[in-house]
Design a protein around this ligand. Structure first.
Ligand SMILES: Nc1nc2c(ncn2[C@@H]2O[C@H](COP(=O)(O)OP(=O)(O)OP(=O)(O)O)[C@@H](O)[C@H]2O)c(=O)[nH]1
Ligand SMILES: Nc1ncnc2c1ncn2[C@@H]1O[C@H](COP(=O)(O)OP(=O)(O)OP(=O)(O)O)[C@@H](O)[C@H]1O
Length: 697
């Protein structure tokens, strides 16, 4: 059965809600009525809202987002009834968003990457059928194409998708042998057409073989985790390469499967991504074991390192992996739950935020909150279950639309959101407020054409609802220090619930989502990010956004609505992977079982690192290293053989590898000899002899 899939992107805030699995989308022209025979789900990415609308005779369920978590069991979907829910029974949490947009009326000749676009029609976009449509929009031909050239494997994608597979499928035989696997695959296929892709099916059976017999702590077959991870990726619009890498993401670490095998079977695009995820997993494990994430500076470096050292898509896979692990965290012992939740809150939720995948960020944060502060979580969930008023937001959007039309004010998007549980909790703590004093639990955002319309629309809002005195903020006349512009007001919505309304133009909105006043920076508070970090984040967001763009069958003649504000030719935030060699490198240094994340200037070498470690802190001389490999510092687990070797982002340098007990005497002697030479080297340098291997500094 062919399922037509439409991907729509809206300029709306990332969705945040914790009381309901329903997404409600209001629209003037398109049939986005949740009760119609189409099903849809939304998520946000790159600050964009993505609406996946899938019209299929079988999709009879109401519009719903695939839900995650188990905040509010009373509204849990029956997984047998709703094929949009994820496979695990513990999933029920879902963000909600309310969007009404005159953009829905726009034709489909638009680049889906633009932040303020309406829906992009894209039949079969999940099948990856046809080659990837790189360069189909001017915007894409320009900056993004250049920026991602070196890291996105669109060639590989198209090969995978278009050509005959270089292997014989034996899935029928496999199916007979592993009926549970067949069921798992069928259910994944019901959720996403991409799971009907031959290469994805092949990956599924490879993963099944690789993980056969392995079980998760919650009793599920391991394969289930691989599929759930891939489903999460498919849900944000990932293409076959990423979904395949998602299915195989644990094979390098947890099975017999080798990089070479993945390379031969699926190509370098998939193999490199799986390797990237494996490296991220190792780093994250190191950080977790060393509590590194608790230290702000180091956590910050880790965020940047994650984005910089791997293709941003590997980070996406790692995030999906972590999200599913968080959903099933209940199955681990309490101390592990705490460690994982802490690390997720400190590393992965901010990463999701930086990448603009707010629905994942919200889900991760709420799950962490639940594990780290179960009492507060429960108390707040109960309170919010009463106070969240979904219908009020839908109604308010409708009223606003009607009033704007009546006044002849054209608008682009009216969107609404509930504030997430965790966000409310943080705001209460930060501002020492009670829940009643938080006035933006319910919020609307209106995006209009020009500044004049902002003020006109404000008048409309104040006519519709009564203004809460003292809450009007005119950041247009008086922009914030970071350049943030918008009008904010709080009104009493229908009933007694306050409603925050933000009104801005497209340009102001782009500034608020990306660039200097970007929401992720606002949320990270006072951190002073170097321009390198800012560029890295913007670049990673672009890679991710670009990646989604390729998912949609863009129309070649599409004219970008407005270009990304911070990525003009001379934009200081435009990260150029090849051009910008000046950024620092972050390296993990392990010495005496202590891990630090250190920053080095670009082009620094192992020798620079050793000299920083200093003679007192390490037994290595910066000029020479022992002949015995076991005694050498290790760079990414390999004994260093060249002190001039350049450090790369994310390298792991072990200064004090474990020495086997039985050889201690022998090693001590060698260390002593090395010290003697090291001292000699601090005077005029001479060639190392005997057991030493000499390297120039
Ligand atoms: N992207 C971005 N959004 C911002 C920024 N500053 C404020 N906002 C948005 O505007 C909302 C309210 O900000 P303000 O009106 O300044 O309110 P406040 O005094 O900080 O706090 P409350 O009034 O308690 O919400 C925030 O919840 C954000 O959604 C910014 O610098 N960047
Ligand atoms: N009034 C609103 N209408 C629509 N979306 C909003 C509104 N206010 C914030 N958002 C968006 O909701 C998402 C979640 O934001 P969140 O509620 O966590 O923080 P915030 O309200 O922006 O900031 P703070 O917690 O400091 O008040 C963000 O993408 C934000 O841009």
């Amino acid at each position: 059965m062919v399922v037509a899939t439409t991907i729509a992107l809206y300029a709306s805030p990332p969705s945040t809600v914790c009381s309901t699995p329903h997404q409600i989308t209001a629209s003037c022209d398109l049939d986005l009525n949740p009760r119609s025979s189409s099903s849809s789900s939304s998520t946000t990415i790159g600050g964009l809202s993505l609406l996946f609308k899938s019209s299929s005779p079988s999709s009879s369920s109401s519009a719903s987002h695939p839900s995650l978590g188990d905040e509010l069991p009373s509204i849990r979907h029956d997984r047998t009834e709703d094929h949009r829910t994820t496979l695990s029974s513990s999933f029920s949490y879902s963000p909600t968003k309310f969007i009404a947009s005159s953009y829905l009326k726009r034709d489909h000749h638009q680049s889906p990457v633009s932040v303020l676009h309406g829906p992009i029609s894209s039949n079969n976009s999940f099948t990856g059928g046809g080659s990837l449509r790189v360069g189909s929009s001017r915007l894409f031909n320009g900056f993004i194409r250049k920026a991602v050239d070196s890291c996105v494997d669109y060639e590989t994608d198209s090969v995978l998708v278009d050509e005959q597979l270089p292997f014989a499928m034996d899935d029928e035989g496999e199916e007979r042998r592993q009926p549970y696997a067949r069921n798992l695959l069928r259910r994944a296929q019901l959720k996403h057409k991409i799971f009907e892709d031959e290469s994805v099916i092949k990956a599924f059976y490879e993963a099944e073989k690789a993980h056969r017999g392995q079980m998760r702590a919650n009793g599920d077959p391991y394969l289930q985790h691989c599929v759930e991870t891939a489903i999460l990726l498919a849900e944000i619009g990932a293409n076959a390469t990423v979904v395949i890498a998602g299915i195989l993401h644990d094979t390098l670490d947890d099975s017999f499967m080798s990089y070479d095998y993945i390379l031969r079977t699926f190509g370098s695009g998939v193999a490199d991504l799986v390797e990237g995820v494996s490296k991220l997993s190792q780093l994250s494990k190191l950080a977790r074991e060393n509590n590194t994430a608790c230290k702000t500076v180091e956590a910050d470096r880790l965020h940047t390192m994650f984005l910089a050292m791997a293709d941003a898509r590997a980070v996406l896979i790692k995030l999906a992996d972590r999200l599913h692990n968080m959903v099933t965290l209940y199955a681990l012992p309490p101390d592990k739950q705490q460690r994982f939740a802490k690390e997720t809150l400190e590393i992965f939720a901010p990463l999701a935020n930086r990448l603009g995948i707010s629905s994942w960020k919200v889900e991760l944060e709420n799950l962490c909150f639940k594990h780290l502060h179960p009492d507060q979580h429960q108390e707040m969930s109960a309170m919010l279950e009463d106070s969240f008023d979904e219908a009020m937001i839908t109604l308010a959007i409708e009223k606003m639309e009607q009033a704007l039309k009546k006044e002849g004010i054209s608008y682009h998007v009216v969107s609404g959101r509930h504030k997430s549980l965790y966000s409310i909790y943080c705001k209460m703590l930060k501002k020492k407020l009670s829940m009643d004093e938080i006035h933006d639990i319910h919020g609307l955002r209106l995006i209009v054409d020009n500044e004049k319309d902002c003020y006109k629309a404000l008048g409309v809002v104040h006519k519709l609802w009564s203004e809460v005195p003292g809450k009007l903020k005119d950041y247009i006349t008086h922009p914030k220090f970071n350049g943030y512009k918008s009008l904010h007001t709080v009104v009493m919505g229908d009933g007694t619930i306050p409603l925050e309304v933000q009104i801005r133009t497209k340009e102001m909105h782009l500034q608020a989502e990306f660039g200097f006043a970007a929401h992720w920076r606002y949320k990270e508070g006072d951190c002073k990010h170097s321009s390198f970090v800012l560029q890295m984040v913007e670049w990673a967001r672009w890679v991710v956004t670009w990646h989604c763009e390729t998912m949609s069958k863009d129309i070649c003649s599409s004219e970008p609505m407005c270009s990304f504000p911070s990525h003009a030719e001379d934009c200081p935030f435009s990260y150029k992977p090849n051009g910008n060699q000046e950024g620092p490198v972050y390296v993990i240094v392990i010495e005496n079982d202590k891990m630090t994340v250190q920053e080095f200037a670009a082009s620094s070498t192992v020798s620079d690192l050793l000299s920083r470690a200093g003679p007192g802190s390490s037994r290595w001389s910066m000029y020479s290293i022992p002949e015995k490999e076991e005694l050498r510092p290790r760079l990414n687990q390999v004994p260093v053989s060249d002190l001039k070797c350049k450090l790369k982002m994310g390298d792991v340098v072990e200064l004090t590898p474990a020495i086997p007990d039985e050889s201690l005497t022998e090693y001590r002697e060698e260390i002593q000899r090395m010290y003697d030479r090291g001292l000699a080297f601090s005077r005029p340098r001479r060639a190392a002899a005997g057991t030493m291997v000499g390297w120039g500094s």
